[in-house]
Design a protein around this ligand. Structure first.
Ligand code: NDP
Ligand code: MG
Length: 404
């Protein structure tokens, strides 16, 4: 688990003292929702943060624009199909270009970077997260799939203050734990917006469309996590992520629907005191905190006037309608390689739903099928997880093909 850090090895380059060296940041997945917001944080704190490396998968024009704005010395295009895009000739003179999936790991260990923000989507982020920790750099981790799939490998590597969660709930929990004793935690209330289909029963979920599922009520995110938020698989992943980060069993991490997304999670202590983290629904806050920790810098977002927000509501989730929540609980309790299968099957099914080649409820059916056909084992290595991931993707594709 993340020990409760009071001092961190990263303090040296997060100082705001005039003339202090800037923290050198690599952003993996700079063209995504998190990546773009991270660039905005770097823009607003240019005196403290220096962008030294960027990766994109397919959106090379955005990559080039960012590389030019921040005069970035090293960039990577991970999809080889985009390695020859003509816009790449517009990269700043002297900028080095890496190509292919393995470029993520190369960026992860760059001597020029102090901190690596892993904000690519999917299990593809795991190897990079692992490499960042191995290299002793600060890991600002948005890619929750890394922890879901490979938390058993990552957590033993993380030194105090080295792994900073970017996921808003986990950043909130991390902050609610500061200065407290881990053995005095009663439970962690993991909050959840409920997504666009809150309150619907199973039948009402059957025919929901791609467009309806992409219309998230409070957060503006990449397509994959938006679908995960609609199925509540995202919350299931986040329970596993919290269990890994904070060392609590799943049953002590209940999910709490908080429709307004103002309370970003809460920690309840043995004496009944509950410490909540509140703030704007703006991912730049947790991104910035992962870079500024242990300091706090001026907010990039609008402040909330609590006199104007009215009521905050709390509800229980419905795991019968939203089966992904129950499936993630099952995989999390089983542990070992089960969450790897959970994630891989979900990635395949969500991609199929986004391509409009399966229904919304086929997503959980597909995940359930793959979990049923897997005998979970202890996690041993990245290679073992890679093999199981490949098996689960093939099994998920077979299952979905059988439905159509
Ligand atoms: P996006 O889909 O918006 O962005 C994904 C990024 O990953 C893009 O830069 C994309 O490149 C890159 N990418 C896609 N496929 C690959 C691949 N195979 N190899 C390498 N890079 C790839 O996602 P988000 O920014 O929304 O989410 C990123 C991560 O952060 C996810 O793990 C998500 O769960 C997590 N997260 C996101 C939150 C949010 O508010 N968005 C909140 C909390 C966590 P390109 O665009 O160039 O193709
Ligand atoms: Mg979250």
């Amino acid at each position: 688990m993340i020990s409760n850090p009071t001092a961190s090895s990263c303090e040296a380059y997060s100082s705001s003292v005039e003339g202090a060296p800037r923290q050198r940041v690599a952003i993996l997945g700079c063209t995504g929702s998190i990546g773009a917001q991270a660039l905005d944080v770097c823009r607003q704190h240019a005196d403290r943060l220096q962008v030294v490396a960027l990766s994109a998968h397919s959106r090379t024009e955005e990559l080039v624009r960012a590389a030019r704005e921040f005069t970035v010395p090293i960039v990577a295009v991970t999809d080889p199909a985009h390695a020859e895009d003509s816009c790449l000739s517009e990269l700043p003179e002297g900028t080095k270009l890496l190509v292919g999936e393995s470029a993520l790991e190369e960026l992860a260990v760059l001597p020029e970077a102090d901190t690596v923000l892993v904000s690519v989507v999917g299990a593809v982020g795991l190897r990079a997260s692992y490499a960042v920790l191995k290299a002793g750099k600060r890991l600002a981790l948005a890619n929750k799939e890394s922890l879901v799939v490979g938390g058993d490998l990552l957590m033993p590597l993380a030194q105090p203050g080295q792994l900073l969660p970017v996921d808003s709930e986990h950043s909130a929990i991390f902050q609610c734990l500061l200065g407290e004793r881990a053995e005095e935690i009663h439970c962690i209330w993991l909050t959840c917006s409920g997504g666009p289909f809150f309150g619907r029963n199973r039948e009402e979920l059957e025919g929901v469309t791609r467009a309806q599922a992409l219309a998230h009520p409070t957060w503006n995110m990449g397509a994959k996590i938006t679908i995960d938020s609609a199925t509540l698989m995202n919350k299931g992943f986040e329970r596993i992520e919290a269990a890994q980060l904070f060392g609590l069993p799943m049953e002590r991490i209940p999910v709490l629907i908080q429709r307004e997304s103002r309370v970003h999670s809460m920690v309840e202590y043995v004496d009944g005191a509950v410490i909540a983290h509140l703030g704007a629904s703006d991912m730049r806050l947790p991104i910035q905190y992962a870079l500024s920790y242990p300091e706090r810098w001026e907010t990039p977002a609008e402040r909330i006037d609590f006199r104007t927000i009215g009521s905050l509501t709390f509800d229980a989730p419905d795991p019968e309608a939203f089966r992904c929540l129950a499936l993630a609980e099952e995989a999390g309790r089983t542990g070992g390689t089960a969450p790897c299968v959970l994630n891989a099957a979900n990635e395949v099914a969500v991609a199929a739903f986004l391509a409009e080649s399966c229904s919304f409820t086929a997503i959980d059916a597909c995940v359930a099928h793959c979990l049923e056909h897997h005998d979970a084992r202890r996690v041993e290595s990245l290679e073992q997880l890679h093999d199981i991931d490949r098996w689960a993707r093939a099994e998920a594709s077979r299952f979905l093909a059988g439905l159509s």
